[in-house]
Design a protein around this ligand. Structure first.
Ligand code: PBG
Length: 331
């Protein structure tokens, strides 16, 4: 190494990285609390229960729910996505609990609304937590019936909106469900209830811990490949999004997240529509497990992964890290 060696460079890209204030000035993307949606699990019994494959995530009973949501309200998180853990005795092959106006999501939505007005509620529309066969649609002779499932999804969406959900999030991947749900909501006068469509949802192995969280793991026979997308496809994702927009989706979603950033980027640059991403349970579990072992720096990896979503073009991120990330952003 010689001290006299000096390149005659006009362009030194490192100049804008030399100090913190310049790095702040040239930052291209920022993560804000406004970008976060917190998915939470509901249970019928009072108290809370842990989800072992998702350390730090709890299912909340009616008596604990309001306090839990209070944390999100306090942090100014704009929206919460509600997912039910239904007791096994409520699960049937016809999934009728899905449209019971007193089911877990509806009861929770009514109770949250009484306490808080400044946080959006997103009801999950899919049949798997209600289905004794674990699938997102009605199963007959081993086949997932599309149109019969959509009929139930419409009833499910309607009871959720009537209970106070501002959005419905159809995560089922049946054909034509967005248009059918839109018609149902409009006919009932809910013209401004919004649809956040899980448009490009892949048949992913990253959902394992979620299925534990909603108690669907044991029930599910086979896989979801006849309705969720093949992880190798991306043109198909664009067709799905186009189709959902035409049917009235207000926002589209890509799921899982980190392994599918190329899909987010293509959707955003092709359609320019509000594009959400779901950092799913398996992504959360990986970061928690590696950091519990001391192999990764938890907060740094969490924030970097969330920033990667922003860089890819995501407008908002459903993430189990929402509270932890919001606290870091605010501090
Ligand atoms: C099913 C649904 C799943 C998730 C959200 N809704 C799982 C599945 O499709 O089997 C996964 C979310 C996560 O893994 O965090 N309607």
């Amino acid at each position: 190494m010689s001290n006299s060696f000096r390149q005659d460079l006009a362009v030194r890209p490192r100049r804008i990285r030399t100090d913190a204030w310049t790095r702040r000035l040239v930052a291209e993307n920022r993560l804000s609390v406004d970008d976060l949606i917190w998915p939470i699990f509901l249970q019928e019994d009072d108290g809370t229960s842990d989800v072992p494959s998702m350390p730090g995530v709890k299912r909340y009973g009616p008596d604990c729910l309001i306090e839990a949501i209070g944390q999100a309200v306090e942090l100014n998180i704009p929206a919460i996505a509600l997912f039910p853990y239904n007791n096994p005795d409520t699960k049937t092959a016809d999934c009728r609990e899905a449209y019971n106006p007193d089911n877990l999501i509806c009861t929770a939505a009514r109770s949250i609304r009484q306490h808080y007005q400044n946080i959006a509620l997103i009801g999950d529309v899919a049949l798997d937590p209600y289905n004794s066969l674990g699938h997102d649609g009605i199963v007959k002779d081993g086949v997932i019936l599309n149109d019969q499932s959509v009929e139930i999804l419409c009833k499910q969406a309607l009871v959720q909106v009537e209970a106070g959900c501002d959005y419905v999030g159809p995560s089922d991947m049946m054909d034509g469900r967005i248009g059918a749900i839109r018609d149902t909501l409009d006919d009932a006068g809910h013209t401004y209830a919004k649809i956040m469509s899980y448009s490009a949802k892949y048949a992913s192995a990253f959902y394992g811990p979620f299925r534990d969280a909603v108690g669907a793991t044991g029930a599910l026979k086979g896989d979801k490949k006849t309705y969720q997308m093949d992880p190798g496809n991306s043109e198909e994702a664009l067709r799905m999004v186009e189709n959902d927009i035409q049917q009235g989706a207000d926002m589209v979603m890509v799921k899982p997240g980190i392994a599918y950033l190329d899909i987010i980027h293509r959707i955003k640059s092709t359609f320019g529509v509000p594009t959400m991403a779901y950092q799913v349970s398996g992504e959360y579990a990986m970061i928690k497990a590696a950091s519990a072992n001391g192999w990764l720096d938890h907060d740094a990896v969490m924030m970097e992964s969330l920033m990667a979503f922003k860089r890819a073009g995501t407008d908002a991120i459903l993430t189990y890290f929402a509270l932890e990330a919001a606290k870091i952003i605010k501090s």
